[in-house]
Each structure stands twice: as C-alpha cells, then as structure tokens.
Design a protein around this ligand. Structure first.
Ligand code: PGA
Length: 302
C-alpha cells in the first residue's frame, strides 16, 4: 500500500529472486543439488476476535519489545477495529500489521464488509481463507481465489490458509483436500505475481486449531512437501514453488514450535491463542531467530 512500506518487518530477504534457482554442483562428491530457496522465517499472530481498541495497542507494543530478534518477520493481525491502534503502536518497531480478511470487491453494497482500499495505510498483510471463515462465512476456494487476486492487486501480502478436517485426515484424504483447496484458489494465477507479492501459505489442520492438539512435525513437513509439489507440478509453478514460505498453524506454542521449525520445509508459524501472550511470542520468535541463523549458515547445502 502506498502509505506504508510493504513489509516493514522484512529483514531484506528477497522473494522471487530465487524463483528459478539454478541447479548447481555442490558438495564434496560433486553431486548436483538444487540450491536452497532463501525463504524467510515468519511468525504471524492471528488475534482472531480478541482484544479491543482500548488494549490492542499496548499488547502489540509489548510483543514488539519482547520479540526484537534478527532474521524473523513478525506480523500481528488484530481485529479490523484494532488495526489503527496496533499500527500506531508499532510505528518504527519493525513489526508488520495484517488484516484477518478482505473483501474481493473494492467498494459497493456489501454490508459489514471491509475492502482492500479501506485497509490502505492500516495493514500490509492479510490472512485469507482461514478455516474459521470457511466454516462460519462459508468461504469457498473460488471466493478465496478472488480475494487473493484483490490482495495482490492492492499490494497486500497474502497468507493463504489451507487444511483438512479430522475426518478427512482419518480417511487418508488430507493431501487430496489441501491440493483441491490450492487448485481452487490458485488455478490460472500468475506464479510470478504471487511470489513477487510475497505470497505465503499456512498449513493449518482444522482439527489442530485451538484444540491443544498439533500435527506431528513429520506430518506437517510431509504436507508442506505435498503443497510445494502441487504448486510445482499440478499448477505449473516449477521452481517458483520453492520460494513460497509455508507456515504451520494449529495449537503452536513456544514449547512446540521448535519441532516444526526443525523441518526444513516449514518456515514459521501462524499462531492463534499463544500469540496473545507476550511470553509465548517472545519464545516463538527467539526460536525462529535461532533457526534463521542456522539456515543462513547452511544455505546451499541440503
Ligand atoms: P491456534 O490458532 O494457535 O489457537 O490453534 C491458529 C490459527 O487459527 O491460525
């Protein structure tokens, strides 16, 4: 958006630059391996329907002060009515502000809705297709795809949420469901435009959200791999798929985030309940910073 730098928290990590990363000879035995895409570490706070404009700014400022770590993109997504308080509290703090949803049209007879134009100057990121909106507002993949297009054309950096229900996982259909969600929202969209806009995917198994139960890190990593395969093969993204950060979400805390970030295919967390607690945010961002340092050192070697 014009009035705010696009991603104030970005520690100058490039997007898209490695979209077609070369295959280079590497390693002692001269094996050819694909160079690591330089994906950033991201901790995104989804405050959902919590906080008021009276207390959101103070909470955001406290979290910002407790999470000053290099190499991690921090994003806080408060309710719409708290956006201006949070934006004001975060000026100069290197923490980005996100909305939790946006309408696909820019203006019109849509009672109760918020457009991208209204977010100008308030938010630079947006969460799209969260399972609570799929469940409560009956958002479809097609609609989410339209919102995604609007976000990109408006300069909002999108986090697209995907994830299966418990019954779907138990039936062995988790990958199929997530691949359908991706195809439904992304078919026909230009990978370069998406990667250029800093497109992020959050894998959030619905049964893990707010339940205290998480996916295993191995299952989350397998899904991240399946997501990138779907982008690369089904949707024709090729190597650009490697540039897309994939977050895990669902009962993430400072105690368990290390397991997820231990998986090279997972690049951060979309955090609900624990993101309202400064201690928890401090722990999660500190762990992400550690992982960011290690990954930077290992860059290029798999
Ligand atoms: P949770 O929510 O961390 O409270 O499970 C995550 C989310 O819904 O994004």
């Amino acid at each position: 958006m014009a009035s705010q730098s696009h991603s104030p928290a970005v520690p100058s990590l490039p997007f898209g630059r490695f979209a077609n990363g070369p295959s280079v000879p590497f390693g002692a035995r001269g094996r050819s391996v694909i160079m690591h895409a330089m994906r950033p570490l991201i901790i995104a706070a989804n405050w959902k329907m919590n906080t008021t404009s009276a207390d959101a700014g103070e909470l955001a400022a406290t979290i910002a002060a407790r999470t000053e770590e290099p190499g991690v993109i921090r994003v806080i997504c408060p309710p719409f009515v708290c956006l201006s308080a949070v934006r004001d509290a975060l000026v100069g703090k290197g923490v980005a502000v996100g909305a939790q949803n946006v309408h696909h049209e820019l203006a019109g007879a849509y009672t109760g809705e918020i457009s991208a134009a209204m977010l100008d100057g308030l938010a630079t990121w947006v969460i799209l297709g969260h399972s609570e909106r799929r469940r409560d507002a009956h958002e479809t993949d097609e609609l989410i795809g339209k919102k995604l297009a609007r976000a990109i054309s408006s300069g909002l950096r999108p986090i697209l949420c995907v994830g299966e229900l418990l019954a779907e996982r138990e039936a062995g259909r988790a990958v199929e469901i997530v691949a359908d969600q991706l195809r439904g929202a992304l078919a026909g969209k230009d990978p370069e435009a998406l990667v250029g806009a800093g497109f992020v995917i959050a894998y959030e198994p619905v049964w893990a959200i707010g339940t205290g139960r998480t996916a295993s890190s191995a299952d989350a990593a397998a899904m991240a791999d399946a997501i990138r395969s779907t982008l690369a093969a089904d949707l024709g993204w090729g190597q650009a798929a490697e540039s897309v950060p994939i977050l895990y979400g669902g009962s993430v805390t400072s105690a368990n985030i290390g397991e997820f970030l231990g998986e090279p295919s997972i690049d951060g967390g979309l955090v609900g309940g624990a993101s309202l607690k400064p201690d928890e945010m401090a722990g999660m961002v500190a762990r992400a910073a550690l992982v960011a340092r290690t990954r930077a050192q290992d860059k290029g070697v798999r």
